[in-house]
Design a protein around this ligand. Structure first.
Ligand code: SF4
Length: 325
């Protein structure tokens, strides 16, 4: 039975992409983009998901919302496992779960006006019609800091920050409970990033939203997240409450990631030791056994090549996967 505080529970989620070769497209391996990942997100909280590009964080988000079909595992939403739901069965959940994409320009239909883009979401779920629908579009534009007149304009007439606001209005149009924010600020100017993050926080407070916030900007993730999960090569290597994870990172990979965050104070920055990761990220195609971080880890021991470390709770919900711990 699911804890009623928990909105989303991911259990042993896997998403593999087959690698095909030759004339007959023979499957010669699998890209293990997400490989046995488990975590929970409580109602009304923000879970940040971080890691280098290619670590599987975006694939995790897209699999949870079923833009990709999971290879294995459970996606329990409010107590119901939707992992194997058909597109028809997913219709009800499509309204409750929305996604905000990294590139607002690519995710908005350039031939539709902004009013039609937001209205389309309302129409798909048959939520309201006529005057009520028009009022809702106007309300949403105002709520994300745009004006009602913007409804008649096309996406190319907006700046990057304004387009992301349109993307947020479209997500909100269907009154979702859970929003996957997939690097929503990484394509925006630094000056605009904070405005968008602040708006997402305000909307969360006002509407009781739950977020999965995927990003590689670690300082912004700390600002918005209650808890943070760190992914490396398809695996979750550490999860913890955000202040605890930043002040006491346990996994050697998290320690290296955090050591690379620039510090504005020059004195503090001089004192801080940067951990430089050597070696390349191994290929995600059928990775070798043991710890996937072993070729870049300064603490690696023989056991790390043989036995895969499991994510374990080391106290107070701070979990890490490392043989040292
Ligand atoms: Fe490093 Fe071994 Fe821990 Fe992996 S399990 S992070 S290789 S010490």
């Amino acid at each position: 039975m699911s804890d009623n505080k928990v909105l989303v529970e991911i259990k042993n989620l896997k998403k593999y992409f087959p690698v095909k070769k030759g004339l007959f497209n023979k499957i010669v391996g699998n890209v293990k983009a997400v490989d046995d990942v488990s975590f929970t997100i409580n109602k009304g909280e923000t879970l940040g998901l971080v890691g280098e590009s290619g670590c599987g964080k975006t694939t995790t988000g897209r699999t949870i919302i079923k833009l990709y079909e999971p290879t294995e595992g459970k996606i329990i939403y409010n107590g119901t496992d939707i992992a194997k739901y058909t597109p028809k069965q997913m219709q009800e959940y499509r309204r409750k779960m929305q996604m905000i994409f990294q590139d607002p320009y690519a995710s908005l239909n350039s031939r539709m006006t902004v009013g039609d883009i937001i209205g389309e979401a309302i129409d798909i779920h048959d939520l309201m019609k006529g005057k009520e629908r028009e009022e809702r579009i106007r309300y949403l534009l105002n709520r994300v800091g745009l004006s009602s007149e913007h409804a008649n304009r096309y996406p190319h007439e907006f700046s990057g920050g304004q387009r992301q606001r349109v993307g947020i209005a479209r997500a909100l149009a269907v009154e979702p409970e859970f929003i996957i924010c997939d690097e929503p600020i990484s394509a925006l100017d630094v000056s605009i990033q904070a405005q968008v993050v602040n708006m997402l926080e305000e909307l969360q407070d006002e509407l009781g939203l739950t977020y999965l916030f995927i990003a590689h900007d670690l300082s912004m993730v700390k600002h918005i997240s209650n808890r943070i999960g760190v992914m490396y090569l398809g695996k979750m290597v550490e999860v913890g409450e955000s202040n605890e994870l930043y002040s006491n990172p346990l996994h050697p990979y998290t320690q290296a990631l955090l050591s690379a965050i620039p510090i504005p104070d020059p004195d503090e920055a001089d004192e801080k030791q940067r951990i430089v990761l050597e070696g390349d990220i191994p290929s995600p195609i059928d990775p070798p056994p043991g710890c996937r971080f072993k070729n870049r880890c300064r603490y690696a021991k023989p056991i790390c090549s043989e036995v895969e470390p499991k994510l374990k709770d080391l106290g107070g919900g701070h979990c890490a996967a490392c043989h040292l711990l």
